[in-house]
Write a protein of this length. Sequence first.
Length: 249
Amino acid sequence: MLPRTFIRRLATQKKLSPDEAKRQATQLAVQSLKDFGSLLSNSSEETQPINTAPVFEDPRKFATLSLLHQGQVLGELQEKYDKNWNKLSEKEKKLGYFIAYGDWGVREKFSNWNSLVDPPLDLPFEVPSRIKTRSPGKETKVGKLPEVKLSETPVRRDQFNVKRMDGVTKFFIYLVVFISMVAFARDKNVGESGKPKEIVIEDKYEIERQRRLKEEEEERVEAERKRKIEEEKELARKNGRKWYYLWLK
């Protein structure tokens, strides 16, 4: 369950054996989970570590635990799995089997998970299998068993039924449709006169700055206009001299 790079890093830093590195990494993961729970609330019992002994005694109690406590049980069980499997007790094996194949979570309807007679409900083929002949020979062809679509089996049909919606989803869909209808009715009946007015916030400092810039631009244009008029007058004065100006000069 834990990243191999993290386990390898522990083994290289402290020169631990692979089993010891896995064990230490699991302990760190469980401790981190406990620390995270303590950060949420130091006084809430839901975030405090629990005694996992009753869960090992009765694996069905695992399904009723919160996600945080399930992580605690998984961490302790993983620590035992990282050791020698031959030393696992019967209780630990039963708990691991229930977590993997028990009737909880998405497998809630798999009621015969611990039956030794009935076949599992998630087999991808029919039981009993249909045999082609009771006396096979050299010419008998062996074919693949017809597959069963698990999404169409009774135990899985409700989970894969995309047309079926829960009550919360239906409520929000109807709410959106109702709001849309009210909005369309308002747009049709109220019209432009009833639309909300836009609130314009004026910045007096920006208005004053724009006014000064406009005045400066007008003054510059006026100065440029006067300068051109003076140049035109000077040019006209020079061109208007008498004919004997050059003779006298």
